[in-house]
Design a protein around this ligand. Structure first.
Ligand code: ATP
Ligand code: MG
Length: 331
């Protein structure tokens, strides 16, 4: 994390009041992203990836409680911002793309109408030129004008086309930060690759900073500059893609990498691993390391010791009492 990072998240906590107490969906998350970089957030289901993104955007469910020491995007202090200002910023500088485009597309309006409306509202562009820009943008995402898609309703498009429309609609407003939450998971594998490639190419061309959330470590290795690994609401490791994929310093990251084939790393025919045990409850206090119950290197100190996210060289952070990895289990 550096002071001049485009995105700076420090000490982000997101809690929900639930019948059994307080559910800590995100605990003390901190990370930074330089301008134009892609940070991939990975981790298993329920680890707090979406809540981290929604917390940054100010789009949390109404029963969520958010606190943070700092939340900054492009010099804007999001903590000190009014609801209105934040909503304006979401239209102009930050945009989010979800797994299911129908959550963001309105089924009652044609694609052209929605795209033009977005430009009129956020950029104050006259309707006619907004429609022209919408047509140009559809072409940029691989939808030719001759296909007549502007006049169609979202339900008339395939999943892949809908996601392309979403990408066009989002990039049309020239955001500086995009947050993509599993944007290709619902698509067929071949379409997934096309949409991912398109998004990554346009993001690079436009110099946009991106947070990309995914389960898929294969995707991570292709698009991420940096990786943040989440486990049970905590970021347990961050670093450059190369560092994390080739030299993981947290036992959970190592376990995760052993569970999936990683292009260029996993040997052909090698057996894939599993991580035994279950994720700890997110409700109530967490004593010691959240992964200790599943970690084969765990020592008594791991059950009680404070596991802060220790900053190492070059913005690398690892939440393990025994990092670097050469010290695992040496208690
Ligand atoms: P997935 O990969 O399945 O999308 P995720 O990492 O994005 O998972 P989150 O959606 O961030 O996980 O959820 C983190 C935790 O917050 C989960 O345990 C979830 O049950 C809890 N949570 C989410 N929304 C609510 C809510 N409205 N009320 C209570 N708990 C919630
Ligand atoms: Mg999610």
């Amino acid at each position: 994390m550096a002071e001049d990072d485009f995105v700076l998240v420090e000490g982000l906590n997101i809690d929900f009041a639930v019948p059994g107490g307080t559910l800590h969906a995100v605990r003390d998350a901190s990370f930074g992203i330089a301008k134009g970089e892609t940070l991939c957030i990975v981790g298993e289901s329920g680890s707090g990836k979406s809540m981290t993104a929604l917390g940054l955007m100010g789009l949390l469910p109404s029963n969520a409680q958010r606190s943070a020491r700092r939340l900054r995007v492009g010099g804007h202090d999001l903590m000190a911002m009014s609801r209105q200002k934040l909503s304006d910023l979401r239209g102009s500088e930050m945009a989010m793309i979800f797994q299911e485009p129908m959550t963001s597309l309105n089924p009652c309006y044609t694609v052209g109408n929605q795209m033009a409306e977005t430009l009129v509202r956020h950029r104050g562009v006259p309707w006619r030129s907004a429609l022209t820009t919408a047509r140009d943008w559809l072409e940029r995402v691989g939808i030719p004008p001759s296909a007549g898609r502007l006049g169609q309703y979202p339900h008339q498009l395939s999943g892949g086309l809908r996601q392309r429309v979403m990408i066009a609609m989002m990039l049309m407003c020239e955001p500086k930060l995009i947050i993509a939450d599993e944007p290709t998971t619902a698509l067929d594998v071949t379409i997934q690759a096309q949409v991912l490639h398109l998004l990554a190419r346009l993001q690079r061309e436009m110099g946009i900073t991106m947070i990309f959330i995914t389960h898929d470590l294969g995707v991570v290795s292709r698009i991420a500059d940096r990786i943040a690994v989440m486990y049970a609401g905590q970021i347990v490791e961050t670093g450059t893609t190369r560092e994390v994929l080739t030299d993981a310093q947290h036992p959970y990251t190592r376990g995760l990498l052993d569970c999936v084939p990683v292009p260029g790393k996993t040997q052909r025919g090698a057996a894939l691993g599993t991580i035994p045990g279950t994720v700890p409850s997110l409700i109530g206090r967490l004593d010691g390391c959240g992964f200790a119950g599943r970690c084969r290197h765990a020592a008594p100190a791991c059950l009680t010791g404070l596991t802060a996210l220790a900053e190492r060289d070059n913005g690398r952070q690892v939440r393990c009492l025994f990092a670097p990895a050469t010290l695992w289990g040496r208690a």
